[in-house]
Design a protein. Sequence first.
Length: 102
Amino acid sequence: MAEKLASYTVLDPQTDDTIDFLNNFFSVLSISGQGILVSDILATGDNAELRALVESIWTSLVAPMQAQAGRTPQITPSPYQNLENSADDIPSEKLQPLDRSR
């Protein structure tokens, strides 16, 4: 991973924080998360794909977490909590076999 990041060409030193972002993100991940990130980084073919990886992580994970601003999201109630029977509770006697004699 270090070689891949060292070979990265910065587009604009004022705005391109790709390497810093990846290093910081790597530092807060679990061991398994770090392994996945390393695999993702090594799978990128060029600088554009590495920047696309950072953009994907930012938009799908970091930005939504920042939007919560330290608040725990509300638990979404299950749409199934008011059903009388679950699929496991339906006795097989109530089911009628299909008529295949036609």
